[in-house]
Design a protein around this ligand. Structure first.
Ligand code: CA2
Length: 148
């Protein structure tokens, strides 16, 4: 069985590799996409990779994922900590979501410890930098296999 996976990146992640390398690493989002494409081939899944700075657009992309993709890997950026709309989009579509962060959000400011996504996600991977993306792909595929 081959799965289609959506990797969705939220606000400011298009700036990766340009600032704050001590927190987010020096890899660009284009580099991450290339790594994920190679991982997708290895896992035998098809991959769509997207980024938006707009909350409503991210909600639309989660709605559209239903029926198109088997699951989503979501780095919602700062919307992680604020967006009931994204949380509701995930629970209303019932699509499996793996929450992903480059940084360890639990070891940072108090406000970053709150995740609305975690309440509706299958699980969370954080703190491994760009290496978290292929890890999240493995986790999602293994979840899909276990629940098919
Ligand atoms: O660690 C993560 O992946 C985050 O989702 C990244 C978000 C942050 O708001 C979350 O708390 C944790 C921020 C992404 C901002 O990316 C930047 C990239 C380059 C320069 C500055 C910020």
């Amino acid at each position: 069985m081959t799965y289609s996976i959506l990797i969705l990146n939220g606000p400011n992640l298009n700036l990766l590799g340009t600032r704050q390398p001590e927190v987010y690493g020096s890899t660009t989002l284009a580099n991450i996409e290339a790594t994920c494409s190679a991982k997708a081939e290895q896992l035998g899944v098809s991959l769509t990779f997207a980024q938006s700075n707009h909350e409503g657009e991210l909600v639309d992309m989660i709605h559209a994922a239903r029926g198109q993709h088997a699951g989503v890997i979501l780095n919602a950026g700062a919307y992680t900590h604020t967006s009931i709309a994204l949380m509701d989009a995930i629970s209303s579509t019932m699509i499996p979501v793996v929450e992903l962060h480059l940084s360890n959000i639990h070891a940072r400011e108090e406000f970053r410890k709150i995740s609305y996504i975690a309440r509706v996600a299958v699980g969370q991977i954080c703190g491994f930098g760009a290496a978290g993306y292929p890890l999240a792909m493995e986790a999602l595929v293994s979840h899909l296999e276990a629940t098919k």
